[in-house]
Ligand binder design. Structure first.
Ligand SMILES: CN1c2c(nc(N)[nH]c2=O)NC[C@@H]1CNc1ccc(C(=O)N[C@@H](CCC(=O)N[C@@H](CCC(=O)N[C@@H](CCC(=O)O)C(=O)O)C(=O)O)C(=O)O)cc1
Ligand SMILES: N[C@@H](CCS)C(=O)O
Ligand SMILES: [Zn+2]
Length: 763
């Protein structure tokens, strides 16, 4: 009989209970005991949901207060020295302080850096390692959670991120991370021994870096590590996901691990090797239900594939979702407003487990009434999706087919456009701007919530938004910014906002997915051919422009970012979907310029995170991503200045592609790296204009003028002054007004000072 297990369940809660509880704790509205109780209730509920779905082995250790990598760093005492010595504050307070930073008499203790978890929209906190770093096993939430689950007599499988992934994802300035491996392995050995002492048989040891193209040194480190860890009394399920293994399975078969988990959704071709090369006395766990997308599975397809494997492997065959369900929303049942046909096509975390169980039971000839329902729905959906008229839009297809090379090029080269734009825009040297959003205050959120619930009318909501824009424009004029924004008060999210205006795209009401810490997003569902149903931003952009004589940027989210932060149909290539989105945005760019908007920003923060995990696949991806951007931007007249914005990005390895995007201006996050990221632009001789971020928007700390001046001077040594802009790292939606105004005033004042200082050096 196949064993059914799960790799991880969404920790945030069906109603974002975890988010709400943590934020209340931060606000001092509940104490630590109350917060811990809520965490415990959530875990209990999640275990119950999984067990009643029919899952045989439950993941314990998938819960984390803010982020599981942060929690692991703290478990091993891998805490940077600036955060040590916080006296007798609790483990939880230390954890939140590492995640968010804190200030005290000793100064400002900056948070750990946050970055993308592989190619997902989840962010983890980057552990920082120091010379002589030790990894002493300290307080372990995993061990506590095992005790808690044992007390409930649950069938436990411990979940632990593996040492190589932990090390690989951390930062060890200028030094060889692998030199820390022996010390780290001591910590892991201690932890595994304690897990074994608690009577646990299996540990799911997650090593997602196995999906990257690892160099031989890391491959050898894997072999050495698992030789050592495999000697432990607990059985290890070496768990890969997000792609195919980069180490041959036949090599891994020699390591003393008791099982392997393979992601067959992302890399189905791995099955053949697994069947032939993975020893039959070891567990073969196959990830067959998509943990990264929300489509109902084709269970008959999997049944046919798995039946022969099941016959050979019996209880050594385990079945699971492809990866943790952290990346999908919790429960489809809550969605009351989704169209019935589309809803049938979907499956969220809770439903995915039922699909898995139905498949497992069918393989074992033990189908229940509930399983029958899931099996039959799966069959119906395969037919309905193949035949549905809602997917195919001939007009969109014809438009894509009719594209010519000219549609991907601006009329003139950048140098020519820049001359025209300089004359029309008349911007000063070192123009100042912001990235788009201004604080999304609780007033804005509450008013939108009232509107969505029907407590206020459309007119009342519109009046409110207009007032917000008026205020934002007025404040920017008072600050003396040169290029203004409307502040995005009408947008719940930079991606979700666009969904209602796009055909082929649907939006859930409760489909929340954790993005970082307590912050969540509701990814739209792209189910069919995409086109623009109606203008998306013209009303508020032109309204904002009517309130100022300075240019107000039109603000769009780019094709790769809408794609990357949505759940995307799987029946056509993603790049084709991006092209359709680009065409919808192209119409918007054109309408904006016709409506008198002279500067249009097309944000592409997700362009880099969309890179395939295997570097050999980058060129094809980058080519299509750049073309999609150019398709929407190239409708702009020479006089229309196109900006793009990227954050969270290392640019060195993709700088050529960024240049090919041919945006007139790119604004980027650089302040935390003290302008180091600009080196790539300098080395490449990046030809267009750049706005390197001069302060970190993730922190409420107001930057000093000395700091901003230092960064700008550094930037001016790398980028010619006449191509340099001055702006923060990213949008200001998560900040409060007082710190926003104070920081921007410092920024504008420094820009003015340097403008005066430098103006004579420009001919
Ligand atoms: C730039 N980032 C983004 C990413 N992905 C996106 N899809 N969008 C992004 O902006 N990925 C990378 C980064 C991640 N960064 C962030 C930053 C901030 C958030 C965030 O603030 N999320 C909010 C939810 C945003 C939203 O959808 N808001 C809605 C609903 C607000 C809400 O919760 N309303 C309450 C009622 C409020 C009241 O009455 O006071 C409710 O419904 O109960 C809106 O504004 O209407 C968050 O709170 O988590 C995400 C990613
Ligand atoms: N225009 C967006 C970009 C975020 S990456 C904002 O300002 O929030
Ligand atoms: Zn940004």
């Amino acid at each position: 009989m196949a064993t059914l297990h799960n790799l991880g369940y969404p920790r945030i809660g069906e109603d974002r209970e975890l988010k709400r509880a943590i934020e209340k704790f931060w606000q001092g509205k509940i104490d630590e005991d109350e917060l811990k109780n809520i965490g415990q209730q959530l875990r209990r509920q999640n275990y119950q949901t999984q067990q009643s779905a029919g899952i045989d082995l439950l993941p314990v250790g998938d819960f984390a207060w803010y982020d599981h990598i942060l929690q692991l760093a703290l478990t091993f005492g891998a805490v940077p020295s600036r955060h040590r010595g916080s006296g007798n504050s609790s483990e939880l307070t230390k954890l939140f302080s590492l995640a968010r930073g804190h200030s005290d008499e000793q100064g400002n203790h900056a948070a750990l850096e946050m970055t993308k978890w592989f190619d997902t929209n989840y962010h983890y906190l980057v552990p920082e390692f120091e010379a002589e770093q030790q990894f002493e096993l300290g307080h372990s939430p995993l061990l506590e959670q095992i005790d808690e689950a044992n007390a409930q007599s649950l069938p436990v499988k411990a979940v632990l991120t593996g040492p190589l992934t932990f090390l690989y994802l951390g930062r060890f300035e200028g030094q060889q991370k692998l030199s820390l491996l022996p010390a780290l392995l001591k910590g892991y050995q201690q932890l595994l021994a304690k897990i074994a002492d608690k009577g646990i048989d299996w540990v799911q040891i997650d090593e997602p870096i196995l999906a990257l193209e690892l160099d031989p040194v890391w491959q050898q480190a894997f072999a050495d590590t698992y030789q050592q860890l495999g000697q432990n009394p607990v059985q290890l399920l070496l768990t890969s996901y997000f792609g195919s293994l980069s180490i041959p399975l036949s090599d891994i078969a020699q390591w003393p691990v008791s099982g392997i988990h393979l992601d067959l959704v992302r890399a189905p071709w791995q099955l053949e090797g697994a069947v032939n090369e993975w020893p039959t006395d070891k567990v073969l766990s196959l990830g067959v239900i998509d943990g990264r997308n929300i489509w109902r599975s084709d269970l008959d397809y999997w049944f046919d594939i798995l039946q022969p494997v099941n016959q050979v492997r019996g209880d050594r065959l385990w079945l699971a979702p492809s990866c943790s369900l952290l990346h999908v929303p919790v429960n489809l049942e809550r969605e009351g407003k989704l169209d019935a046909e589309l809803k049938n096509w979907l499956s969220f975390a809770k439903q995915k487990l039922s699909e898995l169980v139905a498949l497992g039971h069918q393989l074992d000839n033990e189908v229940s009434e509930k399983d029958r329902h899931y099996l039959s729905l799966s069959r119906q959906v395969v037919v309905s999706r193949n035949q549905s008229l809602r997917i195919n839009n001939p007009a969109v297809r014809a438009r894509v087919d009719g594209l010519t090379e000219d549609d991907f090029h601006r009329s003139s080269e950048y140098a020519e456009r820049a001359k025209i734009q300089r004359q029309s825009l008349k911007l000063p040297l070192l123009p100042t701007t912001t990235i788009g959003s201004f604080p999304q205050t609780s007033d804005i959120r509450a008013t939108r919530s009232a509107f969505v619930k029907g407590d206020i009318t459309q007119t009342e909501y519109d009046v409110f938004i207009a007032e917000q824009i008026d205020e934002v424009i007025q404040r920017q004029e008072q600050l003396g910014l040169d290029v203004l924004v409307h502040g995005e008060p009408e947008r719940n999210d930079m991606v979700e906002y666009f969904a209602p205006y796009l055909r082929g795209v649907e939006q859930t009401q409760y489909g929340w997915v954790q993005s970082y810490g307590t912050r969540c997003v509701k990814p739209p569902i792209i189910y069919g051919d995409v086109c623009r149903a109606e203008p998306m931003t013209i009303h508020w952009s032109t309204y904002a422009q009517s309130r100022s004589n300075k240019p107000v940027k039109g603000m769009l989210t780019g094709p790769q970012t809408i794609l990357g932060w949505s759940f995307v149909r799987s029946d056509i290539p993603r790049a084709d979907v991006a092209e359709q989105i680009a065409l919808a945005l192209r119409d918007e760019v054109d309408d904006l310029q016709k409506a008198g908007i002279s500067i249009i920003q097309i944000d592409e923060p997700a362009l880099r995170e969309g890179l395939p995990l295997k570097q050999s696949q980058w060129p094809e991806y980058l080519n299509r991503a750049v073309r999609a951007f150019r398709l929407c931007a190239s409708v702009a007249d020479d006089a229309t200045q196109i900006h793009t914005h990227m954050c969270y990005s290392q640019f060195n390895d993709i700088i050529a592609s960024i240049a090919q995007m041919d945006a007139d201006v790119i604004t980027i996050e650089t302040s935390r790296s003290a302008m180091k990221l600009l080196d790539a632009f300098q080395d490449f001789n990046y030809p267009n204009e750049i706005g390197p971020g001069v302060y970190d928007i993730h922190s409420p700390v107001v930057p000093s003028s000395q700091w901003i001046e230092k960064l700008l001077v550094l930037a001016s040594e790398k980028i010619p002054l006449e191509r340099l802009w001055v702006n923060p790292d990213c949008g200001l939606k998560t900040r409060d007004w007082p710190e926003t105004l104070a920081a921007l005033q410092v920024m504008v004042d420094v820009a003015r000072k340097l403008r005066d200082k430098f103006k004579n050096t420009i001919n």
